[in-house]
Design a protein around this ligand. Structure first.
Ligand SMILES: CC(C)(COP(=O)(O)OP(=O)(O)OC[C@H]1O[C@@H](n2cnc3c(N)ncnc32)[C@H](O)[C@@H]1OP(=O)(O)O)[C@@H](O)C(=O)NCCC(=O)NCCS
Length: 160
């Protein structure tokens, strides 16, 4: 596997991931295009041995903090630690750009995403009622980057 910055020519692959990732609130082609070209955005892709994009994450860099906006993994490749590795890379890159903490919003019912974020060391700091629509509440989570939870072995995996 290899983690690299995603490119505009990854857009079709990103849209395929998006289609397999969300029942509602999907991002459009234009939204992802803006992520890939935004000055304050860092979009990372996770590629398999055949250079196929199997996961993507985007993060916004804002002064001394970063906002984790999206992460999606191909359905067939979930549960293999891919989101964890991709997010470790994204968070360490945000730290290298000056961020000391990362914030995110996640749908309260998204158990998989909550588990990934908690495993990395994020904790809930707020709840936003009906944030994604009626009955779709958001949890706001925060991670001080010096509390990022990763083992030396996972850092080696990310660097490989
Ligand atoms: C959320 C998502 C990105 C997780 O990707 P993933 O590659 O399967 O996650 P990982 O394998 O890296 O899991 C990391 C940790 O979270 C846990 N976890 C992942 N999915 C889980 C689930 N469905 N239930 C419980 N725990 C889960 C894992 O057990 C793992 O912990 P461990 O290392 O202690 O075993 C993936 O399910 C996805 O793409 N979902 C659709 C898009 C989405 O909801 N994105 C998040 C909001 S933008």
């Amino acid at each position: 596997m290899i983690i690299t910055r995603a490119r505009l020519d990854d857009l079709d692959a990103i849209m395929a991931l998006e289609a397999g990732g969300f029942e509602h609130g999907s991002w459009s082609y234009d939204s992802w295009s803006a992520e890939l070209t935004g000055d304050d955005r860092q979009v990372l892709g996770y590629r398999d041995a055949d250079d196929r994009l199997i996961a993507v994450a985007t993060i916004q860099l804002l002064d001394d903090f970063a906002d984790l906006l999206r992460v999606v993994v191909e359905p067939e490749r979930r549960g293999q630690g891919i989101a964890r590795k991709l997010l470790i890379a994204a968070i360490l890159m945000a730290q290298a750009s000056g961020a000391v903490r990362v914030l995110l919003e996640v749908e309260e019912a998204n158990a998989a995403a909550l588990a990934v974020y908690r495993r990395l060391g994020f904790s809930a700091i707020d709840r936003r009622r009906d944030y994604y629509g009626i009955g779709l509440h958001a949890i706001v989570m925060e991670l001080p980057i010096d509390r990022l939870s990763y083992s030396p072995s996972s850092a080696e995996e990310v660097a490989s």
